[in-house]
Structure formats: structure tokens, C-alpha cells
Design a protein around this ligand. Structure first.
Ligand SMILES: Cc1cc2nc3c(=O)[nH]c(=O)nc-3n(C[C@H](O)[C@H](O)[C@H](O)COP(=O)(O)OP(=O)(O)OC[C@H]3O[C@@H](n4cnc5c(N)ncnc54)[C@H](O)[C@@H]3O)c2cc1C
Length: 414
């Protein structure tokens, strides 16, 4: 039996480990598209802020873990898949046959249509190689512009500040992390960052980037221009599914999977940022591009590849972000339903905000800023679809009593 895995990120590596544990004899090939020791992108911010070295980003230390576990780590990028012949062809022309295939090719950062994003002083912060280039340019006092204050942008922000950069964030929407936080929480995060010395320009678009004399001149939609030593682009990602083109696999933005992480093709599974599976909060398909989802999907895919029927229950959209010390979170249907009810509580002075979304006597979504002690409870109430009973009216009046509600409902008292 030959298991072939495309992509050696967290999903691919978890699948390889799981397959090896389940089957000591199978041949396992892990195709490593970056030619690096397999690493975790999540660790890049810690590398950039100097908390860990490059080896600290590796998924396994030492790197010969793969050889010791008879996992064949093959550098190269898969150009195409022939699902009928059960072969993959690499960009260098090599062809490999498989019995079972896992697509774990993740996603990549993309550029918005803005002139001048191809220069040497402009980088994404997606790969370890991007991080090396950023580390060279983002030194103490360097003028750095960050394009995009989404989830990834706001994670990187902290490391750029830790490097001592003079940072300006430019966000096209009217607040920070607009897909995760509402106007109140996103604006609170902006004020928090400004208080910590970061310039944050919201409702502002970068119109063009011009390099000259060793610096960048960045034109803004406001008519102003900023000079910078480095522009970091964090303005969106797209799943890496080009190698599946022509196979007929069902796909939307990612490759569609069912609860066993099977694609529409026989003997082909997908997991991680390249896969589009069930979203707990809507029941629809979506890509939830976070590492815990990627590795759990990969474990489930590997179990099924090894013949052990395993289901992946819909993923709960959940983001926890720490930005210069302020923790913001969002869970489930955090923007609520039109037919639902909502409770909010804001304490501007203490940098605290909570918003709860209810439907049908249950909590279906939440957002918080500055509350660290209720993360597990919010997750438990939403993911457990716990009927709130009388707690619904209490939480509508006093949303900060979430932990109490969770403890009470967990013992079935209410
Ligand atoms: C800076 C940063 C910070 C992050 N922080 C967090 C965080 O705090 N929490 C969190 O949950 N998530 C975080 N994420 C997201 C998280 O890293 C991803 O969800 C996770 O990496 C997904 O794992 P994956 O294995 O599906 O994909 P990837 O990690 O993208 O791995 C896929 C691999 O496949 C390779 N590949 C692609 N195409 C091919 C091909 N054709 N042939 C061969 N190989 C190929 C890619 O080069 C890559 O090496 C962060 C991401 C970044 C960039």
C-alpha cells in the first residue's frame, strides 16, 4: 500500500504520522513543496520576534524523524494528478504512483490588484522564507507598512513591533480584523494598538507602491503617501488546488470534502487549508484556515486512508488573537442571525467587550475583547449546542456571566 501526501505542512505531517502509527508496513511518501524542514507557519511570528530560532518552527526536531519513521520526504511540487491512472507528476517531470492520495497543500498568500507589489522591499509573511527576508529588513527603527489588519496581519503586527519597527498598518475596511470583530471590538483593538505606538489607518486603501533610492513610496487612497523601508502584504490567501485541475474533483475555493475527508474522487482525500468541509455554525461548506482544524482533519483523513472509518464533525469557526496584550476572540456565528437575539456589554475604560448571539434558546456565536477567562466556556456552550433554559434571559441582561452559566449547565442543574 502506497500512501502519497501532497504538502508537508501541519496537515501533511500529521497524516503521515497517523498512517505510520496505524500501519508499520505501508509506504508513505510526503511531498515537500517548499524544500524546507517541515515547519509550522503558526510559529513564524515567534521566530520574527526572536522568541525562537528557525529550528523552533520545525514540526519535528530533529528532522531525521521522517527517515526514522520510514516516511519518504520528497522535495518537489506536484504539477498534476491523474486520478484514473493513480499517478502524480512533479514539476520536474518525475511521476509517482499511489494507492491512496491525500491533498494537504494548504493555501498561499495573494496580492490584491495594486501596482508595485513585486519589488524587493515588498513581502508576504506566509512562508519561513518570507520571514527570513522580513527579518533582514524589519530592524530596529525601520519604517514598516503592513497592508491588511485581518487575522494574519494582526498576528504579524505584534512581531514587527517586537522587532522595534516603526509600524503603520493600512486596512481597507473601517476597523481591524473585520471578518472576526464587529465595529465596537475592531475599533477598540485599533485604539489599543495606537496606544501602544502603532499607527493604524482604517478605511484606507494602498493605491500604488513605488520603489526608488532604496525606499518605498506608498500612495494611499486619502491622497497622502508614506515612505517605508518594507511593505508586508497580508491581504488574503487562496487554497493551493491547481494540481487537481483537470481531475474533475468537486471544488469551490477549496477541494470539497465529506465528513470522512473524502473528495469526490475515489481514493483521494483532502485536509487542511486546501479543503472545504462542513462549517459548524452554518452547516455549509467553508475553509476554516486554522492549524487545529487542519491537523484534526488530517488525522481523520489518515484513519480513513488506513481503513478505519472515522468521521470529522463540523468545525467550529473560532479565532483567538493576542495583539500587543489585548486578547480578542470570535466563535461560531459571531455576527448572529436576523431572527436571533443579541446581548452586548462594553467597558471602554477596562478595554472589555462581550457580544453574545442567541437563537432558538441557544448560544450560536460570540465575540470578546479583554476577557480571557470565558474562552473555554463560550466554546463549550456553542459547540455543545447547550439549551440555555433560564440562563438565556440572565445572559441577555448580564452577558459577562457566561462562565457561571456554563458551569451550571454542565452539571445539568438548570
Ligand atoms: C504568520 C502566520 C501565523 C498564523 N498563526 C496561526 C495561529 O495563531 N493559529 C492558527 O490556528 N493558525 C495560524 N495560522 C494558520 C495556519 O498556519 C494554517 O492554518 C496551517 O498552516 C494549515 O496547515 P496545512 O498543512 O493545511 O497547510 P500549510 O501549512 O500551508 O502546508 C501546506 C504545504 O503544502 C505545500 N504545497 C502546496 N502546493 C503543493 C504542491 N503542488 N506540491 C507539493 N507541495 C505543495 C506548501 O508549500 C506547504 O508547505 C497562521 C498562518 C500564518 C502564515
Amino acid at each position: 500500500m502506497h500512501h502519497l501526501i501532497i504538502g508537508a505542512g501541519p496537515a501533511g505531517v500529521r497524516a503521515a504520522e497517523t498512517l505510520r502509527k496505524l500501519d508499520g508496513q505501508a509506504k508513505i511518501t510526503l511531498i515537500d513543496g517548499e524544500g524546507e524542514a517541515p515547519y509550522s507557519r503558526m510559529a513564524i511570528p515567534y521566530y520574527l520576534s526572536g522568541k525562537i530560532d528557525e529550528q523552533g518552527t520545525w514540526l519535528h526536531r530533529p528532522v531525521d524523524f521522517y527517515a526514522e519513521n520510514a516516511i519518504d520526504l520528497v522535495p518537489g511540487r506536484v504539477a498534476s494528478v491523474d486520478a484514473g491512472a493513480k499517478t502524480v507528476t512533479l514539476e520536474d517531470g518525475r511521476s509517482l504512483a499511489y494507492d491512496k492520495l491525500l491533498l494537504a497543500s494548504g493555501a498561499r498568500a495573494v496580492n490584491p490588484p495594486v501596482e508595485g507589489l513585486d519589488g524587493d522591499l515588498v513581502h508576504h509573511c506566509w512562508t519561513i522564507d518570507d520571514a527570513r527576508r522580513i527579518a533582514q529588513l524589519a530592524h530596529e527603527g525601520a519604517r514598516v507598512v503592513l497592508m491588511g489588519a485581518g487575522f494574519i496581519g494582526s498576528i504579524i503586527l505584534e512581531s514587527l513591533v517586537a522587532r522595534g519597527a516603526d509600524l503603520t498598518v493600512v486596512e481597507i475596511e473601517d476597523r481591524m480584523v473585520p471578518r472576526m470583530l464587529d465595529e465596537t471590538a475592531g475599533s477598540m483593538l485599533k485604539r489599543w494598538c495606537e496606544k501602544k505606538g502603532v499607527k493604524v489607518l482604517t478605511s484606507t486603501r494602498i493605491g500604488g507602491v513605488y520603489e526608488g533610492g532604496g525606499e518605498l513610496n506608498i500612495a494611499l487612497s486619502t491622497g497622502e503617501a508614506i515612505k517605508a523601508d518594507l511593505l508586508v502584504v497580508a491581504a488574503g490567501v487562496t487554497p493551493n488546488i491547481e494540481c487537481m485541475h483537470g481531475t474533475g474533483v468537486e471544488s469551490r475555493s477549496g477541494v470539497v470534502v465529506n465528513s470522512r475527508m473524502e473528495t469526490s474522487l475515489p481514493d483521494v482525500w483532502a485536509a487542511g487549508d486546501c479543503a472545504e468541509g462542513c462549517d459548524f455554525s452554518t452547516g455549509d461548506l467553508s475553509t476554516l484556515a486554522i492549524q487545529p482544524v487542519a491537523v484534526e482533519q488530517a488525522r481523520v483523513a489518515a484513519q480513513n486512508m488506513a481503513g478505519i472509518a472515522t468521521e470529522y464533525h463540523c468545525a467550529l469557526p473560532m479565532n483567538v488573537l493576542e495583539t500587543l496584550g489585548l486578547i480578542t476572540t470570535s466563535f461560531g456565528k459571531h455576527d448572529g442571525l436576523q431572527t436571533g437575539e443579541r446581548a452586548t456589554a462594553l467597558d471602554e475604560e477596562q478595554w472589555r467587550y462581550i457580544r453574545l448571539e442567541f437563537h432558538d434558546g441557544k448560544l450560536i456565536g460570540a465575540q470578546t475583547a479583554g476577557h480571557v477567562n470565558m474562552i473555554g466556556c463560550l466554546r463549550g456552550l456553542i459547540q455543545g449546542r447547550m439549551p440555555l433554559g433560564p440562563w438565556k434571559d440572565i445572559l441577555l441582561r448580564e452577558p459577562h456571566r457566561v462562565a457561571e452559566a456554563y458551569v451550571d449547565l454542565s452539571r445539568g442543574v438548570s
